[in-house]
Design a protein around this ligand. Structure first.
Ligand code: SF4
Length: 325
């Protein structure tokens, strides 16, 4: 079967069961006209005051019809997922739930992985084999992150590739070829130090030209928190360890250790915190600001369109302020 996923899940388990995976967020945002998918959801009754990613995912599933079922992350991710799943169920699309546990412990995650493996028609031994097969690819993704940090890889190059790691671009071998080519070409470059080094925190920005806007404002992203997390650590000892190291399901408190460690190690001057309109994660901004000691600029986006003049001015003013320190 081909499963759509609403967020990052232990895809090794799905692949071990002989299925394929497409990240519905990627299916939506990579569409030639993602705004059409958002409007499709609105015509189906989705409120306009509902997250643009949720509207877009619904539009992608219903109008593109490329999947046999949806794996819905019902714990440790979006508060809208359960209601979104119901809208799929009434259209006859099967739902397989997967939940990360509240406690960030491998022992707590293990029963969730076992139950998930059973639903996928496999077991954790076979899923571990897939995990080991993917380690060389995960090492290359980690190497790209190092190149982003030292200025040999531009954020505009890193960001889409790292985002695609959530479903390995639906074809892990082809994806590895692409990652290897980027790694080989970027490794021999001279580090580029132009721009104020910043970290990008939060859900992936829906604003279509956000990377270019940051660059034009003189902000150089050297840490791309969430897509970097999607890439998974190649140093994990097993699946439970890998998905416990993955910080995104464990709230801002669970993410802060990685964020603060990278502020120090990458000499980051400030953070850009991207939040999505109507998303509960905007509340995490309070916890983020409490936990870091660098300036934070919080940006909010709604639909998959270009950023407006107000956003451009905010980014430029922030960049100027940082350069005046
Ligand atoms: S941006 Fe927030 S509300 Fe939207 S899908 Fe992501 S977690 Fe859910």
């Amino acid at each position: 079967m081909k499963f759509g996923i609403t967020s990052t899940i232990p895809l090794e388990v799905v692949l071990a069961g002989g299925h394929s995976v497409v990240d519905l967020n990627n299916l939506f945002i990579d569409h030639a006209r993602p705004i059409d998918l958002v409007k499709h959801a609105e015509r189906s009754g989705f409120p306009t005051k509902c997250c643009g990613w949720i509207r877009g995912i619904y539009g992608a599933v219903v109008s593109l019809g490329r999947i046999d079922g949806v794996i819905a992350v019902t714990g440790g991710d979006c508060s809208n997922t359960s209601a979104l799943s119901e809208t799929f169920e009434i259209r006859g699309i099967p739902i397989v739930p997967f939940a990360f546990p509240f406690e960030r412990q491998a022992d707590s995650l293990l029963p969730h992985l076992q139950a998930f493996a059973q639903r996928m028609g496999t077991d954790l031994d076979r899923a571990e084999e897939v995990r080991r097969t993917l380690i060389p690819l995960r090492r290359k993704l980690a190497a790209l992150d190092v190149l982003l940090a030292d200025g040999r890889l531009a954020f505009e190059e890193y960001h889409p590739v790292a985002l695609s790691s959530s479903d390995l671009a639906e074809d892990w071998k082809g994806y590895e070829t692409r990652v290897t080519a980027l790694l080989d070409s970027a490794s021999v470059r001279r580090p580029q130090q132009k721009g104020v080094p910043v970290g990008l925190i939060g859900v992936p920005p829906i604003i279509s030209d956000f990377p270019e806007m940051l660059r034009r404002a003189g902000l150089r992203v050297v840490y791309d928190e969430v897509p970097r997390q999607f890439c998974m650590s190649p140093d994990a000892t097993d699946l439970a360890d890998q998905y416990t190291r993955y910080s995104y399901p464990f709230g801002m408190t669970g993410r802060l250790h990685d964020i603060t460690a990278n502020i120090r190690s990458r000499n980051i001057s400030a953070l850009i915190h991207y939040t999505q309109s109507f998303c509960f994660r905007a509340i995490e901004d309070v916890v983020l600001r409490h936990g870091v000691d660098v300036p934070v600029l919080t940006i909010e986006g709604d639909e998959p369109v270009k950023g407006d003049e107000r956003l451009r001015l905010r980014l430029e003013s922030f960049s100027e302020m940082l350069r005046s320190f």
